[in-house]
Design a protein around this ligand. Sequence first.
Ligand code: SF4
Length: 211
Amino acid sequence: MAQKTQDKIEELPEIYSDFEKSVYEYKKSATCKIGCAYCCIYVGNVDITTMEGIVIQNRLETFEKKLKANIRKKLDKNKAERERGVLARCAFLKEEDNTCLIYDIRPFSCRRIYSIKQCNQSQPVVHRQAIELADYTISKLQQLDDTGYSGHMSFILYLLDKSGFRKAYLGGKFNPGKIMNFGKSHGIIINRSVKPKSLSFNNNLGLSHLL
Ligand code: SF4
């Protein structure tokens, strides 16, 4: 069963890549640049699935001791901030240059966001079709992770740090009752309880249908 979860994790890059292909024409007009980390700081909700959490946790384990301890401290801070409803600067955002420590394996929450206007004190401006394509992709990620959950990165990583939870999850066991109290108070979504989404438009429309 553990192998089955691992097999499913290997499908994540293809889902990300399908999304990138589907939004390619929209993203062409993005103003995003390396080091502009507005959405890693001020947008606040980096939600992930448990499956994405395993990928991030595995990467975290490869970091050297001091960096790992530093990230763990920041994740605890993120958790406390989100519990108070405060926007949290992502724990994986480097202080020196505002780049991402886990860019190649970043979760879908980060991949879906771009902006066609500079974000300076405003939310990113995204094409509505890209928003729908992103929602559709989230639905696919949740279906793939059907024994898992979705929620803020610091909350999902907190759950996965509990060896009992991680072991049960990787073993394919599904028991939401075990995390019911934490799940309710932290807005955790049970992936299999989310109705699958479909697209309301044909995505071969080109740039004339922006916004
Ligand atoms: S994981 Fe990386 S891209 Fe995503 S919010 Fe954090 S620093 Fe930004």
